[in-house]
Ligand binder design. Structure first.
Ligand code: SF4
Length: 225
């Protein structure tokens, strides 16, 4: 995708969603961290259902730690992989209390030292809770980046680095959410809605016309009179 196309791509996504936000519910960086930890291989809707009561009863690291693994499982047992997630959440709370005064650290290294926290989770927390210009590449962003030609890469790290390089500064903070939401609701894995897509004219995916993207009109040559 050219520089000009990338500019248009993000201007359109911004126009469509001026204030994009994560669909996970949270009230503090701690709650965001826990929600993201729980969301691995689970839908945001299922996580929100479980955390509604959990965050009332255990809003911070100390209260969550006091719950212990078994009680925590009762809150999150509707979420996939809840056994391992409960263990990781309680271990994470212990480390937050022992090393970070119960607060969520603000560096990638410290975040990635927490159980169950990988690069993607760290990027989400740094971006969404602390306003840092990071790019958490999930399955949606990986697909949109490669398919549209915005940022091609063979793995998530390559796509992440490419996106950080090509996205203009003015869009970088919100780009993560725009791309996820675009991938989740429009540029879906199966049957993408190219006919309704606000960036179909700057997208480079060859198959977009088969999915309803408008075919650009060719300029008719001027006839001499
Ligand atoms: S035109 Fe289709 S493939 Fe391209 S970004 Fe839009 S939905 Fe995705």
């Amino acid at each position: 995708m050219t520089k000009a196309q990338i500019q248009i791509f993000f201007e359109r996504l911004r126009e469509q969603r001026p204030h994009p936000q994560t669909e996970l519910n949270y009230g503090s960086p701690f709650q965001l961290l826990i929600a993201v930890l729980l969301s691995a291989q689970a839908t945001d809707v299922s996580v929100n259902k479980a955390t509604t009561q959990l965050f009332i009863d255990a809003p911070d690291a100390q209260h969550m730690y006091d719950l212990g693994v078994e009680k925590l499982k009762n809150y999150i047992k509707t979420i996939g992989l809840y056994n391992a997630k409960a263990e990781n959440v309680i271990k994470t709370c212990k480390i937050l209390l022992e090393r970070f005064h119960g607060e969520v650290p603000q560096t990638r290294e410290e975040l990635e030292s927490l159980p169950g926290v990988g690069r993607k989770t760290a990027n989400v927390v740094l971006n969404t809770a602390f306003g840092q210009a990071t790019m958490a590449v999930d399955t949606h962003i990986f697909r949109v980046g490669n398919r549209t030609g915005l940022a091609k890469g063979k793995d998530v790290l390559e796509v992440e680095q490419r996106l950080l390089k090509v996205i203009p500064k003015e869009f970088i903070h919100d780009a993560h959410h725009w791309l996820i939401l675009h991938g989740r609701y429009c540029c879906t894995a199966r049957k993408p809605k190219c006919g309704e897509c606000v960036v179909s004219d700057v997208c480079n995916w060859k198959e977009r016309f088969a999915y309803g993207a408008e075919i650009p009109h060719l300029q008719q040559p001027q006839l001499e009179s």
